[in-house]
Design a binder for this molecule. Structure first.
Ligand code: GLU
Length: 461
């Protein structure tokens, strides 16, 4: 048996029956934080006794997601490797009269009798002999919780000596692994009395419990794919930063005393207080998560941002060009996750013009208040002239959005801002909507800027 030497030991015990989602991750996070802040241990235990629903693929997804989010565990177990251990405990319960073998129709995981009206085959199951006590425990979040176990009857703990099911394996493992604090979802509250009865029958004191409020979707029903919850893999694919996901999820059901919103994992570990977790469900709001992620992106240095964004950048931007350096700060402002990059650079996207000047009709160049060909042409020629001189003076690297603006400003003010800046912007971007002409010229660089202006001027001949 695994002794805990008086240290706190917590565990996260997912069943690998689906892709790892944000709700499970939050449970893992709170268990881990509690262990870390107490100098204890945190265990990952894969609960795969339900052979039909458990899949290796999902187990891998759990492990991979925890790694991406930076959640480290100190030990790893898989229940399907531990059948021999459970067998000993089942035998012990049978020998002490706390469990018995019963002949009946086959049962399903969870202890319910399968609906087998056609089949009359009888099989052996092992049932726990319920002493029908009142059971109570002190929940770290909810306070005292009491149950009358009479109605639970003699519940099933194994399909056979080699096939233990949920309640038994959870208790055996929590005993064997020296778990001191069980932190899990509120959906397990009703399992707790059965599990306490098994502890008592085996002669062990149950650990402390904390049942976390569920994560709810926008419609206040249990969070699922349908009401806004997604798998961790999905957020990873959409280019969220793991630190932002971790930060946001810890604030669902808990918040630090000073209401500070941005916290590193280390700060969370320091400030976390389990008994301040709220009892009511917490609403998962994807827009809020995106906002968090955007704030995290804004805090990255340009270089860091570009490194992390690079797998999401279109091919024509690959290779760390000067263009990328110009783009970093502008792009950061515009996206909430790296996944938005694809759209922004698509042909119809806001920054698609950088790659390729869209075909635009000549009359798009005319400012609505002064649609004259001659004036438009004059303004474009004058702008070109100013920018050619600017480039000579400051060189390629000095050709910043600010420098472009300063160079053009007095002419634009004299000749009318719309008259000058509208045709200039259309000449550079070919779009009705785009970043302002200064940023656009900066992003394109002096060469491309000159070329596009010449191109527009020649259109007006
Ligand atoms: N395997 C259970 C689940 O995935 C958790 C059991 C527990 O935490 O006690 O919901």
């Amino acid at each position: 048996m695994n002794h805990n030497d008086g240290k706190i030991v917590t565990r996260f015990a997912p069943s690998p029956t689906g892709y790892f989602h944000v709700g499970s991750y939050r449970t893992a996070l709170f268990s881990c934080i509690f262990a870390r802040q107490n100098g204890g241990k945190f265990i990952l235990r894969i609960e795969d006794t339900d052979k039909e629903r458990s899949k290796k693929e999902y187990e891998e997804n759990i492990i991979e997601s925890l790694e991406w989010l930076g959640l480290k565990y100190d030990a790893f177990f898989r229940q399907s490797d531990r059948t021999e251990i459970y067998k000993k405990y089942i035998q012990k319960l049978i020998d002490s009269g706390h469990a018995y073998i019963s002949q009946e129709t086959p049962v399903k995981e969870g202890g319910s009798i399968a609906a087998t009206t056609k089949s009359t085959t009888r099989a052996e199951v092992i049932r726990f002999r319920n002493p029908k006590n009142k059971v109570s425990f002190e929940d770290m979040i909810r306070g005292k919780v009491e149950f009358d176990t009479t109605e639970l009857g003699d519940f099933v703990i194994a399909k056979s000596i080699d096939e233990p099911i949920f309640h038994l394996v959870v208790v055996v493992d929590d005993i064997e692994m020296g778990i001191t604090n069980i932190i899990r979802g509120e959906d397990h509250i009703s399992n707790t009395p059965r599990q306490i009865l098994i502890y008592e029958a085996l002669g062990f004191t149950p650990p402390k419990y904390a049942h976390l409020p569920l994560l709810l979707g926008k419609d206040r029903s249990k969070l699922s794919k349908r009401n806004g919850g997604a798998s961790i893999t999905e957020y990873r694919r959409r280019g969220y930063l793991p630190e932002a996901v971790v930060n946001y999820l810890t604030l669902l059901g808990w918040h630090p005393k000073d209401d500070k919103e941005f916290l590193t994992f280390e700060e969370i570990v320091k400030e976390f207080e389990i008994n301040r977790i709220q009892k009511g469900g917490a609403i998962f709001n994807e827009e809020k998560l995106s906002w968090f992620n955007h704030q995290y992106l804004m805090r990255l240095t340009d270089q860091n941002f570009l490194d992390l964004a690079s797998p999401f950048m279109p091919e024509w931007l690959s290779g760390g060009s000067t263009l990328n350096k110009r783009l970093a700060s502008i792009l950061k402002e515009k996206i909430s996750s790296f996944g938005d990059i694809t759209n922004i650079f698509s042909v119809s996207g806001e920054l698609g013009f950088i790659n390729e000047l869209p075909q635009y009709p000549n009359d798009m160049l005319f400012w609505k208040k002064d649609p004259s060909v001659a004036n438009t042409k004059t303004h474009l020629e004058k702008s070109l002239d100013i920018l050619v001189r600017l480039e000579k003076e400051v060189g390629e690297y000095g050709f910043t959005a600010d420098a472009v603006k300063v160079a053009l400003w007095s002419y634009a003010e004299t000749a009318g801002k719309g008259n000058v800046l509208w045709p200039l912007r259309v000449a550079l971007t070919g779009q009705e909507r785009s970043p302002d002409p200064f940023i656009s010229a900066f992003l394109l660089g002096p060469e491309e800027t000159k070329e596009r202006l010449n191109n527009a001027i020649s259109k007006l001949k």
